[in-house]
Design a protein around this ligand. Sequence first.
Ligand SMILES: Nc1nc2c(ncn2[C@@H]2O[C@H](COP(=O)(O)OP(=O)(O)OP(=O)(O)O)[C@@H](O)[C@H]2O)c(=O)[nH]1
Ligand SMILES: [Mg+2]
Length: 345
Amino acid sequence: MGLFNKIKNMFKSTEKVVEKDENIKDDTSKNESKKQEEKSVKVYEKGLSKSRNGFVSKLVNLTNRYSKITDEYFDELEEILIMADIGVNTVMDFIDRLKDRVKKENISDPSELKEIIVDELFIIYVNDEVLSNKINFNDKDVTVVLFVGVNGVGKTTTIAKIANKYKDQGKKILLVGADTFRAGAVEQLKEWSDKVGVGFYGKEDSDPASVVYDGIELAKKEKYDLVLIDTAGRLQNKVNLMKELEKINKVIDSLVDGGASETLLVVDATTGQNGISQAKAFKEITNITGIVLTKLDGTAKGGIVLAIKESVGVPVKYIGLGETKDDLQVFDIEKYIYGLFKDMM
Ligand SMILES: Nc1nc2c(ncn2[C@@H]2O[C@H](COP(=O)(O)OP(=O)(O)OP(=O)(O)O)[C@@H](O)[C@H]2O)c(=O)[nH]1
Ligand SMILES: [Mg+2]
């Protein structure tokens, strides 16, 4: 069975199982986790509705208009995928593979191809790798996660949302405001820490690395589990930014066994190819371990998820599908594909 059918059955049956399970009161935790899962699928469906109405409806329309697969069909398909921010090179490779399969498998009906399109999009993302999309916790020392990214992409909000998620799991969390560059940035993080109910350390007008130093010292003294560090992403000056991040990492390495567990790059999905360029630039200056793609709910071009992994080689760990705290979701390629293509399934 192809991936298309597997995903279709998986989520269709989850709904049924959860419906049936409402009557079983004795297994509450099982029931609860299924409900969570269903809620999460709903967040994906809702957050991806713009993309679904944008490029996926174009795909459906294309399939309906052609009764046979022709060169014109492939040209139109190529254009739809490029417009969806999947990226030109990725799309070219993709179309080549599709043409190969059409030839080998003797496919002539476009409606048969839609399943293969979904399969192949999945392959672009997964690419034979084992993907870990959770934060890697440090088992020897406090877990430190650095957040980087240019202005306004959603770093601070993402930190608050992640803090909220892990607080719910019983972790003791400290937010560290090391964006000492933009006026008000430290205060903004402080407000979030109050709202979420987690710890805070920050100081305006200081050297970011020294704020990180003091923050981690405090975290160790007061036995925090997870430290989330907000930084200023001034990509305009690459050399300075590189030096600043190097200095911050040196401080973390000196205090924490194993150093920072993750450096997460926050990218605004609505900036499309520009966001991809940012990701490439950041990858050159520091060791990015994962991407948080925010504001996917605000774009009709949801293909950026596939493009960014392909062209930057770093997995997407979280996606932002809206402004509330529940709208930040651990990235799950299967839920993403379902949220995008459910009308085609
Ligand atoms: N719709 C939507 N809005 C989001 C999402 N994530 C963040 N935002 C909004 O984006 C805006 C900017 O978010 P911030 O968290 O302040 O961004 P930042 O990167 O910390 O910005 P600077 O500190 O100025 O560099 C806020 O209005 C957020 O509510 C998302 O997933 N979806
Ligand atoms: Mg901020």
